[in-house]
Design a protein around this ligand. Structure first.
Ligand code: SAH
Length: 235
């Protein structure tokens, strides 16, 4: 599987289907990777597994592929949601890329008392997540939810999904790989306020977790927490 270019497309995949890729994907294959009609590419769409395809047309801004044969069926992936206090643009970009590689199933940006950002650019982050999914051989691209206040996140959180809250200086043990659905919550650079910590402690589905004695940047904490949660899962 190594060396083969993989592209995400929202189009349904089946033998004989035609897929029109995005202009950015056309640029990537034609100009950056120097591919040509007749060359193979692999496709996935988050639903139909991975497929072998051939380039049938590749010009400036245009990439058309024909789906040939299945490579592997859609398979379960870790159902780990990442809730994170919204960061500045570059840090959020990095976080989305790395968390996608680490298997995050969905992103929940959170607004907290000490959060200094309020908006995301969903298209930009979706493109970053898609690229990271292509490169890491995932079969899905994680979804990005609109930002919401911490209280609203907790209010709507499904009861059957344990939420591991990364709390520095808490003395809490690190998260163990959880089976089934789970979530990781990471706070802002300024940390959670006492009121927010009280709110978290009041929720039965929240478990505090520690990530070692050092104080990590929020994006580092996301990566460290996800690494622990997913590394020994089979999915
Ligand atoms: N300003 C705060 C640190 C915030 S670090 C202070 O100086 O105390 C940003 C976020 O990363 C925190 O809210 C927490 O969710 C997470 N984090 C950082 N280091 C951590 C650690 N050692 N264990 C668990 N979570 C950590």
């Amino acid at each position: 599987m190594s060396g083969s270019i993989r592209l995400f497309t929202p189009t349904a995949l089946a033998a004989g289907a035609t897929v029109d890729a995005t202009p950015a994907q056309a640029h990537y294959l034609g100009t950056v990777m120097r591919r040509a009609p007749g060359d193979p590419v692999r496709l996935f769409n988050g639903r139909d597994g991975e497929w072998q395809a051939l380039i049938v047309d590749l010009r400036r801004g245009t990439l058309r592929l024909r789906v040939e044969a299945p490579v592997r069926p859609q398979a379960p992936e870790p159902d780990i949601w990442l809730a994170f206090a919204l960061l500045k643009r570059d840090a959020t970009d990095l976080l989305v890329r790395q968390a996608t590689e680490l298997g995050a199933a969905a992103f929940w940006p959170v607004l907290t008392a000490r959060t200094n950002a309020a908006r995301v650019n969903p298209e930009r982050l979706a493109a970053i997540a898609a690229e990271a999914a292509e490169q890491s051989e995932r079969l899905t691209v994680p979804g990005m939810h609109p930002p919401r206040p911490l209280a609203a996140l907790l209010q709507g959180w499904p009861a059957g999904r344990p939420l591991f809250a990364a709390l520095e200086r808490s003395g809490a043990p690190p998260p163990a790989a959880a089976e089934g659905p789970s979530g990781l919550l990471v706070g802002p650079e300024g940390g959670f306020t006492e009121a927010e910590l009280d709110l978290l402690r009041s929720r039965p589905f929240v478990t505090p977790v520690g990530l070692g004695p050092r104080i990590l940047r929020a994006e580092t904490a996301c990566v460290a927490g996800l690494a622990l949660l997913q590394a020994s899962r089979p999915d």
